[in-house]
Design a protein around this ligand. Sequence first.
Ligand code: FES
Length: 81
Amino acid sequence: MIVCHCNSISDRDILSAVEWMRAADPQTIITPGKVYHALGKRPECGGCLSLFIGTMEKSDSLGVPAVLQNLRPRRGRFAGK
Ligand code: FES
């Protein structure tokens, strides 16, 4: 299925790019911009972004790497209470 009509990017292209990026760097944060870049394309109208992200989310490889999870301080942790 074509997800991005401006660039003729299919759901398979997106999922393959996500898998490739995860295999190449297990600790990378995968963003739509990085997927476009990996495919050698650039977004044009942006009309596909929600579907593009939805397609990315179907990949098991999209998750945030464990070493980068929970880095944000919890509420009140540094509030000096
Ligand atoms: S449809 Fe994807 S950038 Fe236009």
